[in-house]
Ligand binder design. Sequence first.
Ligand code: NAD
Length: 496
Amino acid sequence: MTTRISHWIDGRPSPGTSGRTSAVYNPATGQQSAEVDLAGADDLERAVASASAAAKQWRSASLSTRAAVLFAFREQLHQRSDELAAIVTAEHGKVLADAAGEIARGLENVEFATGVPHLMKGGFSEQAGTGVDVYSIRQALGVVAGITPFNFPAMVPLWMCANAIATGNAFILKPSERDPSAAVFLAELWRDAGLPDGVFTVLHGDKEAVDGLLRHPEVAAISFVGSTPIARYIYETGTAQGKRVQALGGAKNHMVVLPDADVDMAADAAVSAAYGAAGERCMAISVVVAVGDVADSLVSAVADRLPRLRIGNGADDGVDMGPLISGEHRDKVAGYIAAGEAAGARLVVDGRRASVPAEGFFLGTTLLDDVTPDMTVYTDEIFGPVLSVVRVATYDEAVALINANPYANGTAIFTRDGGAAREFQLDVEVGMVGINVPIPVPVSYYSFGGWKDSLFGDTHMYGPEGIKFFTRGKVVTSRWPDPATSQVDLGFPRTR
Ligand code: NAD
């Protein structure tokens, strides 16, 4: 019997009624582990009706009531993070330590949201006019939806739901159909934390569920994370429906290594950031830009490290890198390696020839040198364990290369020169920058987001911008009755 993964509506599992399901696999064994319901119109209506009713109550819950639920949820998540990590590893394939890492970063977002009484404070101006006070408040939007990618099945939903719920909205999560169990586990934790039924909903599905959310009049806002073509579609369709949309897309993250950098430190960072989670991270480094004469020593330092990485089932001890999400994706990544070699890149390490487990969706680590910007290994987001090295002569060439790329999620520079690092931070047209830090994912009290084709909309994810995204501002101008000064005046109100 295959396990059936159902929607979570009104605080409990809710089997789908569309008759459509999708297979869920353990990528380390290649075996199907479950099937997940794919929502149709009836499921969508049930989910939105439940969320809509819950939103009307939840927006009126006191700030301290909401904060108390967030604190309880934080405790649940903290105590049960090992169980959640095992679920993530079993459906995504990343190693357990990495799954624990994504949960720890998601937990930070919950901790940020426990401060909602402070985060929702407005401004107040006494005596803006004679006897008149003006103040601003922020209010929940109502029903909001999050649509998330396969590669962070716990962290990305937490980026969204903690702030959405803390600010008084009802949140509908449409997780990736490829690893949907983490979303249901989060729903159970919310229930156990005392969240009223209907405030957190999980609606499983594919394009049909997404299109339903994009067009439903009761859904006020969509927060999306995924690939660039879908992010663009979500942004264009959602905003055409009058919704507030933030849509984070794909990436091609460059790591610049200047000639004065510590080569071993740069190589450690490049290997960690390129091959962690088998390269299936939106903040993975996929291009090293070697400036000047650092290139030869850097390429050999990276190549030296690769045979030492242990590839296997992420649930096993001592494994550094797990499989890819599917056999189809593994074959696509292998195709990019072949195309790079055919286009003239130098194959320093070929992951297709690595010794990896025969079962499951494994591919070894690949290092390509002498990559040029016209090759598909450079232009496309590969989302696999493939690192390309582009050699340039100067710092200016490195920055020009990055700024010409349509993706602009993250980037990093490795150098001992503080002046060069400050210049980079000013010059580079990318949303998140690391200085001797290869994966500069901002802490939860800043906000996360790229530029250009890596983000559609103008609000970044989580942190202060997340609070802003899930609320709308209202300004109140008030005066208390003073009959003695009351008169008819058809002029436009003045403050002086
Ligand atoms: P994806 O775009 O295929 O899917 C993301 C979500 O969109 C899923 O929930 C999926 O069900 C839905 N979806 C897929 N096709 C759709 C369609 N045609 N119409 C409507 N909805 C559709 O992305 P993925 O493969 O799950 O995740 C990997 C991608 O996400 C990579 O490009 C990666 O860079 C990106 N990503 C970006 C960030 C970021 O913060 N910028 C973070 C994580 C992942």
